[in-house]
Design a protein around this ligand. Structure first.
Ligand SMILES: [Fe+2]
Length: 411
């Protein structure tokens, strides 16, 4: 056992002194796709009840109580640590209303947190924070995100994959520490992720339909090629549904989030640096490539991470730039727009760029930071990049404007 192994043994003993094992921790919210509902998730190390007490703000009385369930999780590390993951979905919320809540059981309650139920319908302007690759060590952007969140700047947070580095390290203690660290943010705003395994999701928020999927199935083929095929078919079915005229009229923006990008101009050996990247073109013999699929259904915006930097692309398809016009490239673009935002901060630091990017690369920033995305209405999206290195300065901003959505917009 190396020095780190010993640390793993001793640290928890030190940390556990005085800590009740039924005290809730790692509290976070997720949006179950219905504005009258919100899911609260937390962890205890011993068995305890799964209760959320909540009520509208202002007011200090928890008027309602909801019950959920706990599932026992046994970590795969050599300590076989066991914990209980509690999940409770709050229902009957008034869309747009702020609520206070605490979670736990008579054996221990969390501190009181607050959140705002998402608004109903399509005529509102969701505000999102978007980033990937935030770790337990060096999560540089986290304090700024906390401050933003406490100032009620976001309705939803999208964490585009790669958490903690790694959740399972040190017998999953790294994951626990990370989840504790993000709690002030994740317990206050739905914290939506895109998974590293086979667990895709979609939901509507205001005028947008957001699809979260796994790029990892393309890289861990030992789990089976069928995962690639199943996910591809799932994606196509969802895109078919989302592009039915009645649906697309209500939610014209289709936004995808996946971890490993199709394009990038970083100076490393990642998939996106390859001309025939696997995410873009699919497995050998071009099976299940995502660029053609997303183009076919007129996906508007593709959010990625994995590269620890920020890169904005010109509207691009098959390596060709399809700007709306020379003067206004993002007004009525003729191909999807890609944003790579993986610089929230982790122990692997930033990823440098190659000196001379290809013509599809519009802007590259090698600072820690994150992206803000406001879906103003059916035709306008505002995207901006915050540099944490430059004290929160907004270092990029574009309007993405579309009068027409869907594949017709490409011609
Ligand atoms: Fe990654």
């Amino acid at each position: 056992m190396g020095p780190r192994g010993w640390l793993c043994l001793v640290l928890p003993w030190v940390l556990c002194q005085g800590t009740s094992r039924t005290q809730p921790e790692q509290v976070h919210l997720s949006y179950p796709g219905d504005p009258t509902a919100m899911t609260v998730t937390w962890t205890t190390f011993n068995r305890a009840g799964s209760i959320v007490e909540f009520g509208p703000e202002p007011g200090e009385v928890f008027t309602t109580s909801a019950k959920g369930h706990a599932s026992r999780f046994v970590d795969g590390g050599w300590l076989r640590r066991s914990m209980f993951i509690h999940r409770v979905t709050l229902r009957g919320l008034a869309p747009g209303q702020r609520y206070a809540y605490r979670c736990g059981s008579p054996l221990g309650w969390s501190r009181v947190y607050g959140f705002r139920a998402l608004q109903n319908g399509t005529d509102w302007s969701p505000r999102l924070a978007v980033f990937g690759d935030m770790g337990n060590i060096n999560p540089q952007s986290l304090p700024r995100l906390q401050r933003d969140t406490q100032q009620d700047m976001y309705d939803v947070i999208l964490h585009v994959g790669d958490f903690a580095y790694d959740m399972d390290q040190c017998n999953a203690r790294v994951g626990d520490a990370f989840m504790r660290k993000i709690e002030p943010v994740a317990a206050s705003v739905p914290y939506m992720t895109c998974p590293g395994n086979h667990e895709e999701k979609y939901w509507d928020v205001g005028p947008a339909h957001i699809i979260s999927f796994s790029t990892e199935v393309y890289f861990y083929l030992n789990y089976g090629r069928h995962l690639v095929q199943e996910q591809y078919q799932w994606l196509e079915r969802d895109l078919q549904k989302a592009t039915r005229p009645d649906r697309r009229r209500r939610h014209p923006w289709i936004i995808t989030m996946g971890h490993r990008p199709m394009y990038c101009s970083n100076n490393d050996l990642d998939d996106c640096t390859e001309h025939e990247s696997i995410v873009r073109r699919g497995l050998p013999q071009h099976l299940y490539g995502l660029e053609d699929l997303f183009y076919k259904y007129g996906v508007d915006l593709e959010l990625w991470a994995h590269e620890h930097s920020y890169e904005r692309l010109w509207p691009v398809y098959n390596y060709q730039v399809y700007n709306g016009s020379a003067k206004s490239p993002y007004t009525n673009p003729r191909a999807p727009v890609h944003i790579i935002t993986g610089s929230a901060g982790c122990k692997e630091r930033l990823d440098p760029f190659v000196p001379n990017p290809r013509e599809w690369s519009a802007l590259r920033i090698e600072d820690y930071g994150y992206t803000r995305l406001q879906i103003l209405n059916r035709s306008h999206i505002w995207l901006e990049q915050v540099s944490d290195d430059q004290d929160g300065k907004v270092v990029d901003g574009i309007w993405l404007i579309k009068e027409l959505h869907g594949p017709k917009a490409w011609h």
